[in-house]
Structures are given as structure tokens and as C-alpha cells.
Design a protein around this ligand. Sequence first.
Ligand SMILES: *Cc1c(COP(=O)(O)O)cnc(C)c1O
Length: 417
Amino acid sequence: MNVFETLESEVRSYCRGWPTVFTKAVGSHLHDENGRDYLDFFAGAGTLNYGHNHPVLKRALIDYLESDGVTHALDMHTAAKRTLLETLHRVVLRPRGLEYKVQFPGPTGANAVESALKLARKVTGRETILSFTNAFHGMTLGALAVTGNSMKRRSAGVPLQHSMPMPYDDYLDGQTPDFLWLNAILEDSGSGLDAPAAIIVETVQGEGGVNVARAEWLRELAEVCKRHEILLIVDDVQMGCGRTGPFFSFETAGITPDIVVLSKSLSGYGLPFALTLFRPELDVWEPGEHNGTFRGHNPAFVTATKALEHFWSDDAFSEQTVAKGERLGAALDKLVADNADIGAYRRGRGMVWGFGADDPGLAGKVCAAAFDRGLLLETSGPLSEVAKVLPPLTATDDELDAGMEIMADSLRAARSA
Ligand SMILES: *Cc1c(COP(=O)(O)O)cnc(C)c1O
């Protein structure tokens, strides 16, 4: 009996592309119960930026558990939470001149997105949130309302309201400036758009097809927000914690969002953990107004603290990520050149890349062939038309080269199938 097919809901998803049972994971590798080894170029959709079971984080976690450190504490003060807040301030916020207050919104990315939308609406007294084409912000109702994917939106079962999508960078015909429409409807009192509370944006759309916003585009967006007194929310759930190089993905653009949401790699160990950061003036919450049982998962605070200390005390990790990203980009350039006849393209930044071709079905075939060859690679985009390359940031150059070789081989196989 296959217990998964018998008992687990049809809603299961990633397991369908990778039909095996995993038992162990170390660094950039997963192992299954048949003794097969897989190179992980998925990294928990960006949750495992430091790889699986990083020894430094694991040691901190085991020590904490063995000392009977508090595991669950709602949002009570604990020593682990104090150390986390101090470390976040010292290692991340202060050196970047960011004066953010820190909210513990609940353990998931969607929890953080919901809290950001609620706060923006409360602060401004406005309802509408503007989002972007192909955005992904999570599966709860508020987050779905600002998400693009029509299949995911349909799952809501109720109208998704008080939001409106705008064209993301390079969405239109390449000639119309993307902010032409947004500026026009914001400035025209006859446009029919109610003044928005906030605009929510990903600097790179991880789920939406690895679409990369240019720094100039992000700066212009920040200016539009400022001019119209709209709050700017950056959803850094997937692209934060160093995925694109710097800790926050918006640093290279030189913008300062009003609100930032983080999750996925924040705990560093794959433990559920999210934070909402915002300018202190925006902290209009009443005590308990956004509550939740699992906002004080202290083991995640412990591994998050250790990850910040270990990887972010200087610029070395960030520089190394940029260098590894260039290595991946060069390998993808070669793949694109070798497959120009089928309209191959690649896009990305830092350690997140996407590869596709004219045929939107090709990426899925490449990922299936990659699994057969021991590489975990997942698709992205509204038609699953992009193969997303998302290795742990700690992957060695040899692992990156090996993964790219398997990907090239998988593409050859997919093309001739
Ligand atoms: C994964 C993700 C979310 C949702 O996080 P969950 O933990 O799955 O709720 C939100 N935004 C972005 C950009 C994400 O990648």
C-alpha cells in the first residue's frame, strides 16, 4: 500500500514530481530510502539557503534543546527571543541604517504578508493594495488577493477583493514604460482607482517565472509610492536572507521599503519562522490585534540567531554568493547558446536563475529528466514554463558544476524525447 496515495490528500504537490521517499539530508544533498543521492537545486523553494542540516546551526539547536531551553512561548519574553532581536539589530538592521520595528506575525510567509497588508490598511485607512502580474505572496485569502496565478486564486472560493494587479517590470511590449499606466491612474481623479494603501512587490518573482525587476524600475516604484503616499511593501520571503547576494534583495537598488516581510530561510534550518519589519512610525497595532499561537517558536529563534552570526557578520558570504551566481549564470549562458534553435532563454540574479525555451512544456520535461539523473529541479511560472535553478547558497563550485552538467544532459534528453 502506498500510504501517501491512500491517505494523503490530492492537494499534495511537490512529491508528485519527485516520487520517492526521502530519509536524510546533508548540505546540498538529499538521500532516499533506496540509497539514491540527489543534488538539491530546489533548496526548499528558498528555505534552505544554508543547505540541509548545517552543522553549526544543528549544534546550536541541539545544545538549546538539551539545556531544556523554552520551545513554545507565544510571544512571552524569552532569552532566545532577546538574543535574536539583539542579533538582528546588530548584524542586519543597524549596519544598513534600517530602523525597523520587528513583528512576530506567525510562522509562515503568508502570516507575514497578511500582517503587512493589515498594517498598511490600518495605518492609511485605505483598502486597496496594488500588486504585480505574476506575483506570488502566499495561499491565505489576503495574500491570494495579491497573487497572480489563476489556479491558486480560484482555490479561494470567495471573491478576492481590495487589490489590483499592475504590470511588473518588462511585462508589456518592451516599448510602453511600465509605470505609464500606474502614474496615469494615480494622478487622474477620474481613473476610478481608490487611493491605495500599499504596493506589494517581489524584487525577483520566484514563483512567477523568475522575473527580475531592474534596480531602476524598483527605484521608480519607490518614488511613485513616495509621491502618492502609498506604503511600499517588499515581500522578501524567497529572495531575502542572501538569495540574490545581499541580506535583503532590495539593497542593490538602494531603496528603503516601508514594510518588509521575511520567512523561508530566516531560521536557516528549515524551521518555520517569519518576521514583519516596518518603520517605527507605522507601529499602530493595538496589543494582540494580530495574534497567533506559533509566534514564539524559540528553536527557530536559536537557529536564526546562529545563522545571522555565522553568515552575516561580514560581507564574505554575500560576496561569495554573487560569485557563485555568476558561475551559474555563465553555465546557463552556455546552455542558452547551445539551444538557440529552440528559443532558449535564461533570466535571474544572484543565486536564482530560470531557464526556458519557446515550448512552455519543455521545462517540465527537463525537471523530470533531472530527477531521473539525481537532480532536484522545479518549474516556475504561470505555465510551469521555466526551470528554476535555486541551489543552497552554500553549494560548492563542484556541486554547482555537477548540477549544471546534469541539467544540460537532462535538456538533451528532453529535446530528443
Ligand atoms: C513562499 C512565499 C510566500 C508564502 O510563504 P508560506 O510560508 O508558504 O506561507 C510568500 N511570498 C513569497 C515571495 C514566497 O516565495
